[in-house]
Unconditional design. Structure first.
Length: 202
C-alpha cells in the first residue's frame, strides 16, 4: 500500500493547522478629534495571532506541552473577545483540541468537540473546512485514545465515513483535506479491524 506523505509528517497525528486570517490594516491616518477610538479587541486579537504561530513553532520542535499551553490561551482569548460562534474562535478550538490529542488528553478533546461541533455546524455549515476538520479531530480523539472501546472505534469510523462523503461532495476528491480524511478513515478502520478480529490464541 502506498504511504501518503502528510505535510505535517514531522508532528505525529497533528492536523495541518489553520490560522485566523490576519486582516491588513489600512494606512495610518490622523484621527479627527471626535473620531471613534480603535476597537478594544484589536490588540488581543493581534497577540493571539502571534501566540498561535508561536505554538505551531513549538510543536514543530517537539515541545508539545508548551504548544498546548499556548493553544489553550489562544482559544480562551478568542472565546472571551469574539464568542464561541466566531469563525476564528472555531479555528483556534480546533487547533487546541489537536494539541490535546498529541499530549494524550483525548478525553478532554472529545468533550470539547462534542460541545463545539454543533456550534460549527450551525454557524459555518456541514461542508465548511473548519467543521470538517473538527469532526476529523473528534474521530482522531476517539480512536487514538489509549482507553478506546470497540464502540469508540466504531463511532470514529462512522464519523470519518460521513465526513469523507461530505468533503468529497463539497470540496471534491482531489482536495487535500479530502485526501487526509480518507487516510485517517483507513487508519481508523485498521484499528477497528484489529480489535474486532480475535487473536489466534483466543
Amino acid at each position: 500500500m502506498m504511504e501518503i506523505i502528510l505535510p505535517e509528517q514531522a508532528i505525529p497525528h497533528r492536523v495541518p493547522l489553520l490560522r485566523p486570517t490576519r486582516r491588513r490594516r489600512p494606512r495610518r491616518r490622523l484621527r479627527r478629534r471626535n473620531s471613534a477610538p480603535p476597537r478594544r479587541d484589536a490588540l488581543p486579537r493581534q497577540q493571539a495571532y502571534t501566540q498561535g504561530n508561536l505554538a505551531t513553532t513549538y510543536a514543530r520542535l517537539g515541545r508539545y506541552e508548551r504548544a498546548l499551553q499556548i493553544e489553550g490561551d489562544v482559544y480562551q482569548g478568542y472565546l472571551r473577545h469574539l464568542g464561541e460562534e466566531h469563525g476564528d474562535t472555531l479555528i483556534t478550538v480546533n487547533n487546541y483540541v489537536n494539541s490535546l490529542i498529541i499530549n494524550n488528553r483525548s478525553e478532554e478533546a472529545q468533550v470539547l468537540m462534542r460541545k463545539m461541533i454543533p456550534v460549527a455546524r450551525r454557524t459555518l455549515g456541514e461542508g465548511h473546512e473548519t467543521t470538517l476538520q473538527m469532526r476529523w479531530n473528534y474521530a482522531l480523539a476517539l480512536y487514538r485514545d489509549a482507553g478506546a472501546t470497540v464502540d469508540n472505534l466504531r463511532e470514529a469510523v462512522t464519523t470519518l465515513e460521513d465526513t469523507e462523503q461530505i468533503a468529497r461532495r463539497v470540496l471534491g476528491g482531489a482536495h487535500p483535506l479530502t485526501g487526509r480524511i480518507e487516510f485517517r478513515l483507513r487508519e481508523a478502520r485498521e484499528e477497528l479491524a484489529a480489535r474486532e478480529t480475535p487473536s489466534p490464541s483466543a
